[in-house]
Design a protein around this ligand. Structure first.
Ligand code: AMP
Length: 277
């Protein structure tokens, strides 16, 4: 496996299957890399699998955890290789943002409605999807992948990137993988390392709330059940909603393809999770 730092050195591995990450790789990321390997091997001439590791400053607000975000580069490379990656691409900020991260956004980049309207992640983190779209767009420009794999764990992000690709007519096929969980239901996240043992227990409130939503028969019942479970687990609620699974806009009726989504803080740690209901 090659480790590459600049776009120029990617010359021999363009047109592959890309897995964008911020590193601190866990089993959730590894499931995406394995899926990328399968997609790449489905071609007569296997395509390269390119895992990108970039802690993207533009998606963090001042005061968020950018500077202390876990960085485990060597272990990440070992894990990525074991799952079939051909290349780890770890660009510097200057490679990703040639005009600097504070320069205005490239006007070609479309920030789709699903990133601007639902009142979910973008409400408490207004910079977030603008940063994500900038980074993913630039990664696609450098890696020129034929396909890319994202996790359902970040559901609004998955819909945002799919819509950006569609609306900009970028030649990248987007694949998704289900959320990988611990045995007790906690969704794997690089941020779980911030949780102490008592907070780790309280964090289970998120997946328990989503399971409670699945058992409900109306949207109102589901949302109220989620809030009760989150409060019982001392999770400070940001949102706990059931939405249309394509637009993430409010719905009246659970019969539509619907998604329950939660976000909240356990102590200082902000966690998100979602499930189909
Ligand atoms: P991140 O490194 O947090 O930016 O995540 C990189 C990719 O891994 C995104 O597409 C995430 O949705 C995905 N991911 C993160 N956690 C999980 C998980 N528990 N299961 C599946 N995919 C995940």
């Amino acid at each position: 496996m090659q480790i590459v730092w600049t776009g120029a050195d990617l010359e021999d591995c363009l047109g592959g299957v890309c897995v964008p990450t911020m590193g601190a790789l866990h089993e959730g990321h590894l499931s995406l890399i394995r899926r990328a390997r399968e997609e790449a091997d489905a071609h007569a001439e296997p395509l390269p699998v390119v895992v990108t590791i970039f802690v993207n400053p533009t998606q963090f607000a001042p005061g968020e955890d950018f500077s202390r975000y876990p960085r485990t580069f060597e272990a990440d490379c070992t894990r990525a290789e074991a799952c079939g990656a051909d290349v780890v691409f770890a660009p510097e900020v200057g490679e990703m943002y040639p005009n600097g991260p504070n320069a205005p956004i490239d006007p070609r980049i479309v920030i789709p409605e699903v990133a601007r309207r639902p009142g979910l992640e973008e409400k408490s983190r207004p910079q977030f999807f603008i940063g994500v779209c900038r980074a993913v767009h630039r990664l696609f420009e450098l890696v020129q992948p034929r396909a890319a794999v994202f996790g359902e764990k970040d559901y609004q992000q998955l819909l945002t990137i799919s819509a950006m690709v569609r609306e900009m007519a970028l030649p990248v096929q987007i694949h998704s993988e289900p959320t990988v969980r611990e045995e007790d239901g906690l969704a794997l996240s690089s941020r779980n390392v911030y949780l102490g043992p008592a907070q780790r227990k309280r964090a289970l409130g998120l997946s328990k709330a989503l399971k409670a939503a699945r058992a409900a028969s109306t949207v109102a019942e589901a949302e109220s059940a989620m809030r009760s479970v989150l409060l019982a687990n001392q999770v400070e609620i940001d949102y706990a909603v059931v939405r249309d699974s394509h637009t993430l806009m409010p719905i009246q009726n659970m019969a539509l393809p619907a998604r329950a989504l939660v976000a909240g803080k356990v102590g200082p740690v902000r966690l998100i999770d979602n499930m189909a209901v």
